[in-house]
Design a protein around this ligand. Structure first.
Ligand code: FEO
Length: 403
C-alpha cells in the first residue's frame, strides 16, 4: 500500500491531494513543471471531502486521507468542479464510502451525472447559500463559466479558507504547499500561463466576481485552489487577486508577438526584419517560431501583448499546419484588444496568408491593414519593407496603448 500523509493547512483542514510530477501536457496546454490535484479534508464533527483527484492518483489521495481519518468516516462530499482532474476519483470514492450527501452546484449536478451516468443523489447548492454541516459553517459562491458552467467556490467560515477550484491555480508540481514558500517570479510565470490558457475566454467575469458583495465579505485566511500552491495570508491573497484583475483587463500592452513558421526561411527572414523594426521604436517584441514553440506559449505571451503578427508560408494552398493549430487554439481563448496582421512568403499562390488574415479578423482583432506578402525569397528591398512595417506596427501600438 502506498504511503502518503495528509498535510495540515489550518486547524481542522488537511490537504489530501496528489502531485503529478510527470504531467507535460494538460489537454493541449504544455505543462513543463507538472501539476498538483488538490483535494481537501475538513475534519469537523462531520468530516467533509472537498473535490477529489485525477483517477490515476486515487491511491495517493486515499493514503493521505487514511493518515488522518478512516475514510468511511467522511460524512459529506463537495464537488466544486466536475472536470475529470478533480472529479475523476469521485466514483471510486463513493464505492468506498457512503457519505450522507454529495453537494454540487446546479450545473455541477448535471455535469457529474453526464460524466459518470450514476444514480448517486446530488444535492444542489444555490448561489451564495450558507450551510452548516456538523460544526462546519460553509458558504457557496457560484463561479459559473470560471471556467466551466458547474464551477463554484466553497468558503469555510470557521477557518477562513476558500476552496477556489481552478481559480488562482497553476500547474506546478511541488512539495512546497504554500505560495509563500515560492518566489513571486516563478509563481507569476505559472499563474499567468494558467490564466491565459484556462481562464482568458471568461476573463470579463473575473472583476465582477472579485468585486461582488459575496466575495468581498469573505474573511480570507487561505485561498486553496485545486492546482498549485495555496495562497496564505492577506498579502499573498492580495498579490494574486490584483494580478487577476490586471490580467482580466486585457489592454493594448506595449509588446508585439510575432508568431510564424517557415518552409525555406523566407517567412523567417520577414519575421526577423519586422521584429527589428518594432524594436527600433522601443517596443518589446517576441518571436515564436511554431516549429519550436507550443500553442500554449503563444497564449501566455498574448496576455501582456498588444499586437499579434502571424506569418505563414502557403503550402498546398493552405496556411502552414502549425499556424492552423495555433490559430485554432488562440481563437478559442478569445483574446481582446490586439492589433493584428498576417504576413508571409508565397510561391505561385498566397492563400495561406489570406486565410490567416481571415482568422485574425474572425477573432475580432483590430486589423492594421492588408496582409504583407513577398513572392518566394525576399530581396533586400523587401526586407526594408518588412522592417518599415514593424516600425508602423510599433507606432500604431503606441497610439492604441495611450488611448
Ligand atoms: Fe483543473 Fe477545469 O480543471
Amino acid at each position: 500500500m502506498e504511503k502518503f500523509e495528509a498535510v495540515k493547512i489550518s486547524d481542522r483542514i488537511y490537504w489530501v491531494g496528489a502531485i503529478d510530477w510527470e504531467l507535460r501536457n494538460f489537454h493541449g496546454y504544455k505543462t513543463p513543471h507538472g501539476s498538483t490535484y488538490n483535494a481537501y479534508l475538513i475534519l469537523g464533527t462531520e468530516p467533509i471531502l472537498v473535490d477529489t483527484v485525477k483517477l490515476p492518483f486515487f491511491d495517493e489521495m486515499m493514503a493521505r486521507i487514511r493518515s488522518v481519518i478512516n475514510p468511511k468516516d467522511i460524512t459529506y462530499l463537495i464537488s466544486n468542479h466536475s472536470e475529470m482532474d478533480h472529479s475523476g476519483s469521485l466514483q471510486k470514492v463513493l464505492e468506498l464510502i457512503s457519505p450522507k450527501k454529495v453537494f454540487a452546484s446546479k450545473m455541477g449536478h448535471q455535469a457529474l451525472k453526464a460524466h459518470f451516468h450514476f444514480d448517486v443523489e446530488i444535492t444542489e447548492v444555490a448561489q451564495d447559500e450558507h450551510m452548516t454541516l456538523g460544526d462546519t459553517h460553509l458558504r457557496f459562491i457560484e463561479t459559473r463559466m470560471l471556467h466551466w458552467p458547474d464551477s463554484m467556490f466553497t468558503f469555510v467560515e470557521n477557518d477562513g479558507v476558500l476552496f477556489s477550484q481552478d481559480g488562482f491555480g497553476m500547474h506546478l508540481a511541488s512539495t512546497n504547499l504554500f505560495s509563500d514558500e515560492h518566489g513571486h517570479e516563478s509563481l507569476k510565470e505559472e499563474a499567468s500561463s494558467y490564466f491565459a490558457n484556462i481562464l482568458m475566454p471568461y476573463a470579463s467575469l473575473i472583476p465582477k466576481l472579485l468585486s461582488s458583495k459575496a466575495f468581498s465579505e469573505l474573511k480570507l485566511e487561505l485561498v486553496a485552489p485545486d492546482h498549485g500552491p495555496i495562497w496564505r495570508g492577506s498579502d499573498e491573497i492580495k498579490w494574486i487577486t490584483d494580478l487577476y484583475m490586471q490580467w482580466a483587463e486585457q489592454q493594448y500592452y506595449k509588446k508585439v508577438i510575432i508568431v510564424y513558421d517557415t518552409m525555406w526561411q523566407s517567412t523567417d527572414k520577414m519575421a526577423r526584419s519586422i521584429a527589428d523594426g518594432v524594436r527600433s521604436e522601443g517596443i518589446a517584441v517576441k518571436l515564436l517560431s511554431m516549429g519550436e514553440s507550443y500553442r500554449s506559449e503563444v497564449a501566455t505571451e498574448i496576455l501582456d501583448a498588444g499586437a499579434l503578427l502571424v506569418g505563414t508560408p502557403t503550402m498546398n494552398q493552405q496556411m502552414f499546419p502549425t499556424i492552423a493549430d495555433t490559430l485554432c487554439y488562440i481563437k478559442g481563448l478569445k483574446p481582446k484588444k490586439l492589433l493584428a496582421q498576417a504576413f508571409g512568403s508565397y510561391g505561385w499562390s498566397a492563400e495561406g496568408v489570406a486565410q490567416v488574415q481571415g482568422v485574425l479578423k474572425e477573432m475580432g482583432a483590430t486589423m492594421l491593414g492588408e496582409p504583407l506578402k513577398i513572392n518566394y525569397v525576399p530581396r533586400d528591398e523587401d526586407l526594408v519593407i518588412c522592417r518599415e512595417f514593424g516600425i508602423m506596427v510599433a507606432k500604431k501600438l503606441l497610439e492604441f496603448s495611450a488611448k
